[in-house]
Write a protein that binds this ligand. Structure first.
Ligand code: KIV
Length: 296
């Protein structure tokens, strides 16, 4: 049976990352690192190695819950996973992703649901998708004292309107609209902006024209920071891997291998071995047998 020895990483103790740290990083030209997490152990490992920000993304719907897109995940499901992540992370800035229909219906509902991410989800900021059409909701959420991260380009909650998960801003007209929306979001007071699946030179141009940091996913190296869906990075999502993902591990096969080894060990009785077994003192055992012999 194979036993895996743990590797430990030690990073210097860090100061708490806040939305202000993001702006400071942009001013100093220091790239911002962000990853998604949906549970306690993943958040703990990320925080321990020094990831700047953890997004509890609505990608939860697809990579954890197995839905075909992000539209089905509910506020309750998001909050449940937010709380688990918050228990694991101490330093990273925690951002909760507002799910489909939690901010589109009315400004009041948007503010209330954003507040729930902080009150019961233990997040420190929220993210929502969209530009000019979300201006009023974003302004009201920020007025309530909640830091907002914008999200433009490929906005997965609009997958049905976009006609699939496809790159955005490929024409001069749509690229100009993306730049206008980025300037608008900066003007509303968003502290940062995710740019998803847009041409690298457009993302670089936007990053140079706005004062708030851009966090790219499929948007090239010219952004002020990068985010990936952790299940893509770890090779845990079996369905497809977008072109912009770099796989740092193949944990799906790693899991299959570990499970297959376990099956074999159980079937051949090589697990549990002596080191996994609880022993009883000989004299206690002898007493038990003696007692049983007497009573039968
Ligand atoms: O839900 C998510 O994981 C996201 C990232 C792709 C930015 O929105």
């Amino acid at each position: 049976m194979t036993t895996i020895a743990p590797t430990t990483f030690s990073v210097p103790k860090r100061k708490k990352i806040t939305s202000r740290t993001f702006r400071d990083r942009k001013e100093r030209g220091v790239p911002i690192t962000m990853l998604t997490a949906y549970d306690y152990p993943t958040a703990l490992a990320m925080d321990q190695v020094g990831v700047d920000s953890i997004l509890v993304g609505d990608s939860l719907a697809m990579v954890v819950l197995g839905h075909k897109n992000t539209l089905s995940v509910t506020m309750e499901e998001m909050l449940h996973h937010c709380r688990a992540v918050a228990r694991g992370a101490q330093t990273a800035l925690l951002i909760g992703d507002m799910p489909f229909m939690s901010y589109q219906v009315s400004v009041e509902e948007a503010v209330r649901n954003a507040g729930r991410f902080l009150q019961t989800g233990k997040m420190e900021a929220i993210k929502l998708e969209g530009g000019r059409e979300r201006e009023n909701a974003i302004r009201a959420i920020i007025d309530a004292g909640i830091p907002v991260m914008g999200h433009l380009g490929l906005t997965p909650q609009s997958v049905n309107q976009l006609g699939g998960f496809r790159a955005q801003g490929l024409t001069a007209r749509t690229a100009k609209r993306l730049l206008e929306d980025s300037l608008l979001l900066e003007g509303t007071g968003c502290f940062s902006l995710v740019l998803e699946s847009v041409p690298a030179r457009l993302a670089e141009l936007i990053s140079s024209r706005i004062s708030i940091p851009t966090i790219g996913i499929g948007a090239g190296v010219g952004c002020d920071g990068q985010v990936l869906v952790t299940h893509d990075l770890l090779g845990l999502f079996d369905r497809f891997t977008p072109k912009f993902v770099k796989k740092y591990a193949d944990m799906h096969s790693g899991m299959q291998k570990a499970f297959a080894n376990y099956l074999e060990d159980v079937q051949t009785k090589s697990f549990p071995a002596a080191e996994h077994t609880i022993e009883m003192k000989d004299e206690e055992w002898a007493t038990l047998i003696h007692e049983l012999d007497k009573s039968i």
